[in-house]
Design a protein around this ligand. Sequence first.
Ligand code: OAD
Length: 232
Amino acid sequence: MKTSKIQHVVIFSGAGISAESGLKTFRDSDGLWENYKVDDVATPQAWEKKPELVLEFYNLRRKQVLNAKPNPAHFSIPKLEKKYKVSVITQNVDDLHERAGSKNVLHLHGEILNSRSVETGKTYRLKNAEINLGDLCENGHQLRPDVVWFGEYVPNIVKAIKICESADILIIIGTSLNVYPAADLINDIKSSCKIYLIDPKDVTIKKIANITHIKKSASEGLPKLVEELLKF
Ligand code: OAD
C-alpha cells in the first residue's frame, strides 16, 4: 500500500507580517532604523555604554507589542496545520504568531516579552511591560531584553537550518532579507522545495530561482495562498 507523506510547510517571517498589526518594520520609510541608530540601541556596545537608552527602546516596543493584535496573515497560518506539518521561523520578537494559534514557532532574534539574566543567560517571562536598571534575576544579576543584538550569536540558527532542510514548501513573508545569518536560511532548502514570497515590494534573493512572488500585503496575500494550499 502506498502511503502519502505529509508535506512540511515552513513559514519564514519578518517584520512585514506584523506591519498591519501596527508594528513598525525596520527598513521601510519611517521604519525603526530611520528613527533610531542600530549602534545606539541594538548592540552589546550600546548596552555597555548606555543601558538606559537600550532598555527604553525595548520597553517602548514591548508596550506596542502588548497593544497589538494578530492580523489575518498570522491567523491564516494555523489553518495549514489541518493538512500539513507547519513550522514557523520568525525574525520577529513579538508573540503574534503564538497568539494567532501557531503551535510550532521558532524565534531567531529572541522574544521581547522575555527578560534574560546578563550573567546566567536564564530567561524569564516578564510580568509587566518594562525592564529597568536594577531589575535583577534571582541570583542578583541585571536583566536585559531576551533579544539578539547585532554582533551576537543567533542561538536558534542550527534548529532553523534543520527545519529548512526538510521543507517541501517555503513561504517567505515580510522580510527584506538583509540580516544574516537569517537571510541565508533560504539556501538550506532542497532543490525540490516550492518557494512563495509575499511582499508588496521587490526583494533581492540571491542564488534561488523559481520563486512565485505574490506582490501583496501579508494580510491579503497569505490567507489567499493558504486557501490554495488547502485545496491541493
Ligand atoms: P525589514 O524592515 O528589513 O523588512 C520588512 C519587509 O516587509 C520589507 O521587504 C517590506 O517591503 C515588507 N513589508 C512591509 N509591509 C508589509 C506588509 N503589510 N505585508 C508584507 N510585507 C510587508 O524587516 P526584517 O526583514 O524583518 O533584527 O528585518 C530583519 C531583522 O532586521 C529584524 O529581525 C531585526 C532588524 O534589525 C534584529 O534586531 C537583530
